[in-house]
Design a protein around this ligand. Structure first.
Ligand code: HEC
Length: 95
């Protein structure tokens, strides 16, 4: 019984991590499709690791004013994502 529970816990953890990865993946797609039309992602990559979520929020808002087509929760999600350690890898930023 203990093994079954351990296996279940392991599977649940796996599903949880997969859902996190999936969420990062889809925000990464938003950035790839909506932040690379005026300049390329190199510009976005250059800011990763330099700005926190609040600073990104300001930058993203100024991009929206310039014409970036983000709606609803996207500006907040994108800002949080860009401030996270997952961003550089998910966007294939040059190292
Ligand atoms: C409508 C065109 C457009 C879109 C779409 C766009 N940008 Fe920009 N972006 C610009 C222009 C123009 C500049 C240079 C002027 C400036 O620095 O304000 C810039 C500059 C930047 C900079 C450097 C500015 C700084 O203060 O360091 C970053 C970072 C950036 N963009 C990120 C993004 C992100 C993230 C997105 C997607 C949410 C995005 N951009 C979408 C036009 C755009």
């Amino acid at each position: 019984m203990k093994t079954v529970r351990a296996v279940l816990a392991f599977l649940a953890l796996g599903a949880f991590l997969a859902s996190l990865a999936l969420a990062a993946e889809s925000v990464a797609d938003t950035v790839k499709s909506k932040c690379a039309s005026c300049h390329n992602l190199v510009r976005v990559c250059a800011g990763i690791g330099k700005h926190d979520a609040a600073a990104w929020q300001k930058i993203v808002q100024s991009m929206v004013r310039k014409g970036a087509k983000l709606s609803g929760e996207e500006p907040a999600e994108v800002s949080k994502f860009l401030a996270s350690g997952a961003a550089a890898g998910a966007l294939d930023c040059p190292k």
